[in-house]
Design a protein around this ligand. Structure first.
Ligand SMILES: Nc1ncnc2c1ncn2[C@@H]1O[C@H](COP(=O)(O)OP(=O)(O)OP(=O)(O)O)[C@@H](O)[C@H]1O
Length: 306
């Protein structure tokens, strides 16, 4: 197991920012750590990277406890904080030299390592510029190069695409995807598509508690949310008959011949709608089950229920 979080609690004053959470990340897995603002993502990540002590509970990285073996843990982890501060007056290579030296890498090894991470993060054409002269997307690449410089086994990335434009987001996602082929990665986000694009698994945290921990695909399949079907006929039909189908919760008339049918979770009423149409001699033009969107699932799991 690369990361094991057990009964982790972090309290600020009287507030439980992280409230007794446990989850694991297997070697080579890419885990999306998802939650709305203030859910406790950054706090968990700071504890996992030895930047904050937990109030109680534990985090182990590659079998090492973050409190008992902080130095070794730091060697095994690459951490990209949210709003990663960079030295804007430094040149890219100079900054990477400085970052590598912190880990005791020097001489030829450091030069070789810089070449590798520059290549890996697509920084080649910008490597001789000052960081301050780079676009946000390239600055984030520098952040990722810095995170990779000591060749860590585990990467912990806090909202790595925040503040980037749509093209830069796609580029950084692709970079993380490539990195994820070799490393264990946990990254936080509040963007569902990001999880869908990058992750094997997702842990969703809300107000300090875990509300979902599953592969992205099964999250969609097992959603508590009721599915929605759109049925289109060549003319208006009898809504009451549609409503009487077993498993149908409600029927909404959208426009001439088009109905939105909400069905109970787990029910698939498309066959019954088809049979009803045949029996009633209705001309059915289309029948489509709307996929339970990840945004909806996220909303259902994290909306404040006070
Ligand atoms: N140093 C601190 N002192 C007091 N409260 C804090 C501190 N840091 C975080 N908090 C509170 O703890 C809760 C969790 O914060 P955290 O930054 O971990 O959430 P997050 O999920 O990373 O949010 P975001 O997506 O906005 O970055 C929030 O309510 C926040 O206000």
């Amino acid at each position: 197991m690369s990361i094991a979080v057990q009964n982790l609690i972090k309290t600020y004053g009287t507030q439980n920012a992280v409230d007794d959470i446990s989850f694991e990340v297997k070697k080579g897995e890419v885990l999306g750590f998802l939650g709305p603002n203030g859910a406790g993502k950054s706090t968990t990540m700071k504890i996992a990277t030895c930047y904050l002590p937990p109030t109680s509970g534990s985090v182990q990285i590659c079998g090492l406890d973050v409190q008992e073996n902080a130095l070794e843990v730091r060697r095994k982890v690459g951490y990209l904080p949210e709003h990663n501060p960079l030295y804007l007056d430094m040149f890219v290579r100079e900054y990477l030299e400085f970052s590598g030296s912190i880990y005791g890498i020097s001489g030829k090894t450091l030069n070789q390592r810089i070449g590798e991470v520059v290549e890996q993060t697509g920084l080649s054409i910008e490597q001789n510029k000052k960081i301050g002269a780079l676009s946000k997307g390239y600055r984030q690449r520098v952040g990722l190069a810095q995170v990779l410089i000591h060749n860590p086994e585990v990467l912990i990335l806090d909202e790595p695409t925040t503040g980037l434009d749509p093209n830069q987001i796609v580029e950084i996602r692709q970079l993380i995807k490539n990195i994820g082929k070799e490393k264990t990665v946990i990254f936080s986000t509040h963007i569902m598509q990001e999880v869908q694009a990058l992750c094997d698994r997702v842990v969703i945290i809300n107000r300090g508690k875990i509300v979902a921990d599953s592969p992205v695909s099964s999250l969609q399949n097992n959603s508590q949310g009721k599915a929605i079907i759109t049925a289109e006929f060549d003319a208006d039909v009898d809504t009451k008959l549609l409503q009487s189908i077993a498993g149908v919760v409600s029927v909404k008339h959208l426009k001439t011949g088009v109905y939105q049918i909400t069905e109970q979770a787990g029910a698939d009423v498309r066959g019954s709608v088809f049979k009803l149409a045949t029996a009633q001699n209705w001309t059915l033009l289309g029948l489509k089950q709307e996929e339970n969107s990840l945004e909806k699932i996220f909303h259902d799991l994290t909306v404040q229920k006070d």
